[in-house]
Design a protein around this ligand. Sequence first.
Ligand code: SF4
Ligand code: SF4
Length: 147
Amino acid sequence: MKYTGKSMDELAIEDEPCEQCGLCCRIFGPGIAPTATNVYLWIEQGRTDILCWFVAHRETSTPIRCLDLEPEDLGSVVSFEMRDPNTGNYVTVCPFLRRVAKTRYLCGIHLVKPDMCCTYQPWIWGETYFNRCKALGKSERNGSFHS
Ligand code: SF4
Ligand code: SF4
């Protein structure tokens, strides 16, 4: 996503064609998962506001809240999943998505968001199959992102 906000997590990044409509985050956000490296950084930075939204599944023991993970535990984690910290249920909307105007959305954890969010570029033709991305339509019309 492109950012023009003022906070550290909304640092201006103008080199992406994303139009900040938020549609990809609204549709796919509840299914995002961090890497072990993402979680390690959140632990090191004390980002309990992020960690509380994820649980870790391990090979030989019950799932554990990422809030309760120590860095040395990460080697035994096989996957992470987003869960509501209050109910333990799956979420229906990414808790980090911020609506900043009627049709404009930003990521509230932009600088430390999961790798899969960083590498998701639906505006690049052939990169994903999310053809509802507004920026993809624009790049198609401009002919600037694929030949
Ligand atoms: S973490 Fe940020 S970029 Fe990723 S789905 Fe949520 S709002 Fe979107
Ligand atoms: S659907 Fe496309 S334009 Fe909308 S937020 Fe996602 S990447 Fe940006």
